[in-house]
Design a protein around this ligand. Structure first.
Ligand code: ARG
Length: 533
């Protein structure tokens, strides 16, 4: 089933072609004066005449009750209630609410990517929440999604951490890393031992690996507990840490060297992709490998072994340059070539209500678990607290910084998860109160608030399809919010249970479709929709 906007757009495009003899985008959008308006004629000298001819040629009598030219050449379209009834019935009969599946692809989603032995920070929280929505939407649209959690579990720090463990410190998240770091900075003997330990770690010395493993394992247990609380789809099997690429790193350097893509600079082996003057350091002066080499190996693995054709990196904006360089080197090496494409799904920083980077009250880095605890405590319910936090993140324009504000995210009115969850609960309670089960209509829209709600509900398939392309979830949240707002207006003005038949059946069917739309939409965002609150 196509979405109603698409059907209108196609008919109008054909009409524009007939009228003008060329391909014209009808520029169809929702309108304040009607249901839709088409602005495709604007800007032409004969705009009003073209608009009138298009309105005539499009032959929209079966869909619209009113088609009229306005202003400098808009075509305003009002859908006929009878047409809405048919579309609503089709959506209600479809378990997918009218959302079509797409040509499936294997998509790798790199998200969360925290660092072992440390607490997750709010940037990782954003990556986890956004990445999970990416996974859910793409899976819903029919893609094969492979989650990759690029855990920072390798590199020079781990020599220090293992050595600290050898010194008898037991691993914990809050102080282990900091204690090891300060010892490293003040104790030359420890520093030397740590250096030797990295060499043994990278050489695969069994005792060292066992110690390293115990640190990684407890980190993973902590991370899994966070994912569990968040209700995200990341599982233990999705960890593909930096360490897992260790054996492939020599090959990365050999292959890039053979292709003439590396230059020595200050003892390090560097790539200068796309004529860039800043280097991407592939092998360090001391022979060690860093973040870039690992990302190159990971990219190759995702293309060659996982057979992905779409690579998505849900990583904060500060790493834009790094990822661009990695992609550019991979392109130059022929590892990243059409149909495979890679994109950085970037996001801004999390700010406190003071407009500065979010900090704890004591001024230090904020612990993720504290944020979750507080949201849940204030909401007095995990589904609402966690849902509010996720919604606040997903409803802001991803690329921009967003302000972390408990009061705003937990408000029962406004563009918040609790508002949508309450709307869903209200619909569910109608069914409980009326003791009615599956209602299928028939739909018979008449009241303007029914019309407006129907219009919004029918947008859902198009909104989800676009979310799968743009991965801009604030458009999906805005849509769900509009559904909830339209529903309240309808519910205020149109009695449901007391209405006489057949109006009652139609209104119940509208309620049922509203509930399913809210539930499905929230689920795509990873947010629970409880039936009672
Ligand atoms: N561990 C990294 C960090 O904390 C994020 C990893 C992102 N993914 C990647 N393939 N580089 O900054």
């Amino acid at each position: 089933m196509a979405d109603i906007g698409k059907v209108l757009r196609d008919r109008l495009a054909a009409a524009f072609e007939t009228v003008t003899g060329s391909t014209v985008d009808p520029v169809l959008r929702r309108s304040r004066h009607a249901d839709f308006q088409a602005d495709g004629a604007l800007g032409r000298p004969d705009a009003r005449a073209v608009a009138a001819a298009v309105a005539e040629a499009a032959d929209l009598g079966d869909l619209c009750s009113d088609v009229r030219v306005a202003g400098p050449g808009f075509v305003n379209l009002t859908l006929a209630d009878a047409a809405l009834d048919e579309w609503l019935a089709a959506a209600a009969a479809d378990p997918r609410l009218g959302v079509s599946t797409v040509e499936p692809e294997v998509v790798v989603v790199d998200y969360s990517g925290p660092n072992a032995a440390k607490e997750m920070h709010v940037g990782h929280l954003r990556s986890t929440v956004i990445g999970d929505a990416v996974v859910r939407v793409l899976e819903y649209l029919g893609h094969t999604v492979i989650r990759q959690n690029h855990l920072g579990d390798w590199g020079t720090n781990f020599g220090m951490l293992v050595e600290h463990h050898v010194d008898g410190a037991t691993f914990d998240l809050s102080s282990f890393y900091a204690a090891a770091r300060s010892k490293f900075e003040t104790d030359p003997d420890f520093q030397e031992r740590s250096r030797r330990r990295v060499v043994r770690l990278q050489a695969g010395d069994p005792d060292t690996i066992a110690l390293w493993h115990s640190i990684i394992d407890s980190s993973q247990r902590y991370l899994m507990s966070v994912y569990d609380r968040l209700g995200v789809r990341l599982e233990a099997a999705d960890f593909a840490g930096e360490s897992s690429y260790n054996a492939a790193l020599d090959g990365v350097v050999d292959d890039l060297s053979a292709l003439g893509l590396l230059r020595e600079s200050d003892g390090a082996l560097c790539a200068f992709p796309d004529g860039s003057t800043t280097p991407l350091i592939v092998r360090k002066r001391d022979g060690g490998y860093g973040y870039a080499a690992t990302d190159l190996a990971a990219l190759r693995y995702r293309v060659d072994e996982l057979k992905a054709t779409r690579l998505l990196y849900v990583v904060g904006t500060p790493q834009r340059r790094h990822l661009e360089m990695v992609f550019a080197v991979a392109r130059a090496a022929g590892w990243l070539a059409p149909p495979v494409r890679a994109s950085h799904i970037a996001f801004g920083s999390v700010l406190g209500t003071d407009g500065k980077m979010l900090r704890s009250r004591a001024g230090g880095a904020i612990k993720l678990t504290e944020l979750l605890d507080e949201a849940v405590a204030r909401a007095d319910d995990p589904a609402i607290g966690i849902g509010a936090l996720k919604y606040a993140d997903l409803s802001s324009d991803r690329i921009k910084d967003y302000t972390f504000d408990y009061d705003r995210m937990l408000a029962a009115t406004g563009d918040t998860a609790p508002y949508l969850q309450y709307a869903h609960v209200r619909v569910c309670s109608i069914f409980r109160k009326g003791d009615v089960g599956g209602v299928e209509g028939p739909f018979a829209v008449t009241h303007p608030t029914e019309h407006a709600l129907a219009m919004e509900l029918l947008e859902f398939p198009g909104v989800v399809a676009r979310a799968g392309e743009t991965l801009e979830f604030h458009r999906l949240t805005a849509h769900l919010h509009a559904v909830a707002v339209r529903f309240s207006a309808f519910f205020e003005q149109c009695p449901v249970l007391p209405a006489p038949e057949p109006v009652r059946a139609s209104r119940l069917a509208l309620c049922a479709l509203t509930a399913r739309t809210l539930r499905t939409g929230l689920d795509l965002l990873g947010i629970d929709a409880p039936e009672r609150m």
